[in-house]
Design a protein around this ligand. Structure first.
Ligand code: SF4
Ligand code: SF4
Ligand code: SF4
Length: 361
């Protein structure tokens, strides 16, 4: 089940309307829908130029002071595993073996994955604490100072990008590619773009990148599939992908549709009314008063979150039962599975969803 279908089923099952989407949206400060920023930046990944050297991965770790991975960056075999981004690895390059229609050797094609910096990000609309924000520069920023670790952003992201600091006992954060925002502000290129030896990553105004991509596709129609991934997918993204083979063969989800997913995630947020009800108590009042009360506040916070989670579980159970009644057992099983998967921490530190999900990104 793809993410759009999952959220649509939740919404259409009545859980959203029964709980009052409008009220919930109002209570959480309204559903954020961002305008399209004409002058925003983006990056074009041309997979026909990418050789899977992982220098972009290495540069990302270096410029962001992220821990070095267990296997060194010159081990290119790791690209054969369909890795996901994590809190410690904000970009990964994976290899896809493409069948040769003439029966020769399979051809490797590499795809880089990171936050796509969506035009109207689902992570932002799912976050009732408003930690995520689409900036006019094109960056989707994250401010963890008010993050409660509910991980609804992770469930909402159509590309399964944000990673959670499962190892952090206190104040774990959700981490993802920042688009190297601090570097952009200094007039520098994103670390990964600067490090790419093949010119596979092009940074620029999103509108210019679309023109560049069109030019490449028009000039060499035999080399490129006539489709720019991210131009419209999920409402459009700042990072876009060109390919010489159908994007689906690179594990890219072709079923996201062209409308922003925010409206669906904002709807699914209706399943967590208790969290919203607790919001002013958690942060507007007790949490922000003084440093010395932190310990007490933590307890309050934990208690409130536990209560909210219990209510959420109850609401979701009722929704699944409703789905079973209206849409059949099969749909209910899929929703149950998707919920279970979304709540699981990664077993190997690299993935928080099933391999089926991993293949879909
Ligand atoms: S790719 Fe995911 S995390 Fe990044 S902006 Fe889009 S919804 Fe948010
Ligand atoms: S833009 Fe920066 S943070 Fe994002 S993948 Fe590239 S190097 Fe990493
Ligand atoms: S540095 Fe460039 S060529 Fe190397 S894997 Fe990354 S995008 Fe591909």
């Amino acid at each position: 089940m793809n993410r759009r279908k999952f959220l649509t089923i939740l919404g259409s099952a009545g859980v959203v309307s029964a709980l009052g989407t409008a009220q919930v949206a109002k209570a959480s400060g309204g559903t954020t829908t961002y305008p399209y920023y004409e002058n925003s930046y983006g990056v074009l990944h041309d997979t026909t130029r990418c050789i899977g050297c992982r220098r972009c991965e290495k540069a990302c770790q270096q410029v962001n002071n992220l821990p070095m991975p267990a296997k060194p960056f010159n081990d290119l075999e790791v690209t054969a595993t369909k890795r996901r981004t994590t809190a410690d690895a904000w970009t990964v390059v994976n290899r896809y073996m493409i069948k040769n229609p003439e029966g020769g050797k399979d051809k490797p094609v590499f795809r880089k994955l990171q936050c796509y910096h969506c035009n109207d990000p689902a992570c932002a609309s799912a976050c009732f604490a408003k930690c995520f924000k689409k900036e006019p520069s094109g960056v989707v920023s994250y401010d963890g100072s008010q993050c409660v670790g509910c991980r609804y952003c992770m469930v909402a992201c159509p590309f399964y990008v944000p990673g959670f600091q499962y190892e952090e006992a206190w104040d774990p954060l959700v981490l993802k590619c920042t688009f190297c925002s601090p570097r952009l502000q200094k007039g520098q290129l994103p670390g990964c773009v600067e490090a790419c030896p093949m010119g596979a990553l092009t940074f620029g105004k999103r509108s210019d990148l679309i023109k560049i991509a069109r030019k490449r596709m028009d000039k060499e129609p035999a080399k490129y599939v006539d489709y720019l991934y991210g131009e419209y997918d999920a409402g459009g993204t700042a990072w876009m992908t060109l390919s010489g083979v159908p994007h689906a063969e690179l594990g890219m989800d072709m079923n996201l549709g062209n409308r922003p997913m925010g409206e669906l995630t904002a709807g699914a947020l209706g399943a967590v009314p208790m969290i919203i009800a607790f919001w002013p108590v958690l942060f507007g009042g007790v949490y922000g008063i003084t440093k010395c009360k932190e310990r007490l506040v933590k307890k309050e916070q934990e208690k409130a979150i536990a209560a909210a989670q219990a209510q959420t579980k109850q609401a979701l159970e009722a929704a699944v039962e409703n789905i079973e009644k209206t849409q059949g057992v099969e749909a209910a099983i899929q929703v149950r599975q998707a919920l279970k998967t979304a709540q699981q921490p990664p077993s190997d530190g690299s993935c928080c969803c099933s391999s089926k999900h991993g293949e879909g990104v």
